[in-house]
Write a protein that binds this ligand. Structure first.
Ligand SMILES: [Ca+2]
Ligand SMILES: [Ca+2]
Ligand SMILES: [Ca+2]
Ligand SMILES: [Ca+2]
Length: 436
């Protein structure tokens, strides 16, 4: 099943050659912006650094077929701003969250061909010979009344919130080969099969953990989109497992907190997966294979986890399952734009305890003026690129320029030209250079 859903393609010879020769030799200091990495270094040096990135790009649309229509011409202003953001930061391995899944990889190929491989405002094209897309749970009807509103149907009763199958999906692009036969997907793993799952409780009844009926739990998938383990083949070293997901926002629910608890356990799946051994023994993939990563396997966890370490609505310590995991490093990427915007936007941001510099998303900030007004989260750190313990970080950052920077036009303010999230990147050293 897992390789049938995969799509792997090769593009121009030049791109393939560049990918084969490796990425860049620049070791960007932690404080530097991604723009410091000059174009043209690809393919001219030994591979010593690889840039991983995550970007919730809001390349989702309101109806099935709309994204393909938008990407079929080079005229979509939002897709162009997303593409230029990617070109300016030039990741080698990239997860895009909120990219509608279209069978056959049509949307992923159109975005690559009509946007990524086309220069924007002087930013050079970026070539990804490899990509991966697969089905997700968003918008797939469950046939069950999952939100307990008395009727069956609509986005809230889908396996993951969405208005059509594939909405808010994911896409991975890579300059390096993907070990396609070793990709594992966890789209259909059932929440009830996680030991100690935080199954939500219906507060109106005495029975515990009964928001979902036994029949619903027999069908309820943990992953709101999917969880993918995508091994990336880097030169001169064993594959790095790119572990990608997009846990549900911990909001849009009631006191039962069914989305908050699901968000926590979606994050937990990767924590247990990289623990491996007995901690991961319960995990099974869509091909029926059990277990997690071995101790000797390197990985990078990427995605919009919809959880800030201290602020916002997520279940307490949800993201700490990753940030404080003994096998995971937190490189603390920052940007100057996040600090500037938190100050300019004020409101909920002024109540935050986490550092503004680490925010990765520009959410609504207005404080409730009277009881009943919405409680807005303010800007949060929700997008992460987290390396395993043996990968050496060479640099990291969030693409969020200052307002005076000409590239600020790519991020802007609400309603944003590209996305309410910012691209997060991380450079890691490959284990050894060629020739050693
Ligand atoms: Ca319902
Ligand atoms: Ca109950
Ligand atoms: Ca904001
Ligand atoms: Ca904040």
């Amino acid at each position: 099943m897992r390789s049938r859903t995969a799509r792997l393609t090769l593009s121009a010879t030049a791109a393939t050659l560049a990918a084969a020769l490796g990425a860049t030799t620049l070791s960007t200091p932690a404080s530097a912006g991604p723009g410091d990495r000059k174009p043209g270094t690809h393919g001219h040096h030994q591979a010593t650094a690889v840039r991983f990135a995550t970007f919730n790009a809001s390349l989702n649309r309101a109806s099935s077929g709309e994204l393909v229509r938008d990407l079929s011409t080079p005229d979509d202003a939002q897709a162009a701003a997303v593409a230029e953001t990617i070109q300016r930061t030039d990741p080698d391995v990239l997860l895009i969250n909120e990219f509608d899944y279209v069978e056959g990889g049509q949307a992923a190929e159109l975005f690559r061909d009509n946007y990524l491989e086309v220069p924007h405002n002087g930013a050079p094209p970026v070539d990804y010979p490899y990509y991966y897309v697969a089905p997700v749970n968003t918008g797939v009807p469950s046939g069950l009344d999952l939100d307990n509103d008395g009727t069956v149907g609509g986005g809230n009763d889908a396996y993951g919130f969405g208005l059509f199958p594939g909405q808010y999906g994911m896409a991975v692009y890579s300059k390096y080969p993907i070990a396609i036969d070793d990709v594992r997907t966890f789209q259909r793993f059932l929440w009830k099969d996680m030991p100690g799952a935080l199954l939500p409780d219906d507060p109106a009844t005495a029975a515990p953990a009964d928001w979902y009926s036994p029949a619903e739990l027999d069908a309820f998938r943990l992953s709101s989109k999917s969880h993918w383990d995508i091994p990336i083949e880097l030169p001169g070293r064993k594959p790095v497992h790119f572990l990608v997901s997009h846990p549900t926002p911990p909001t849009f629910d009631g006191t039962e907190d069914r989305n908050g608890t699901r968000n926590h356990d979606e994050i937990r799946l990767w924590a247990d997966y990289v623990s491996g051994g007995r901690a991961a023994a319960y995990i099974y993939d869509d091909a029926g294979q059990h277990g997690g990563l071995g101790r000797g396997q390197d990985f990078v966890i990427a995605g919009d986890q919809n959880a800030d370490p201290v602020d916002g609505d997520s279940v307490a310590a949800a993201i700490d399952q990753l940030l404080r995991h003994p096998r995971i490093q937190d490189p603390h990427p920052t940007s100057p734009g996040a600090v500037e915007q938190a100050r300019l936007q004020g409101g909920a941001n002024l109540t935050h305890r986490g550092p503004h510099a680490e925010d990765t998303a520009d959410f609504a900030d207005a404080l409730p003026a009277e009881p009943g007004d919405p409680v807005n989260p303010g800007n949060l750190r929700v997008d992460y690129v987290l390396p395993s313990e043996r990968l050496a970080p060479l640099g990291t950052g969030v693409f969020w320029p200052l307002a005076a920077d000409p590239l600020f036009r790519l991020v802007g303010i609400y309603r944003f030209p590209a996305s309410d999230h910012r691209l997060v990147w991380l450079d890691v050293r490959t284990s050894r250079a060629r020739g050693r």
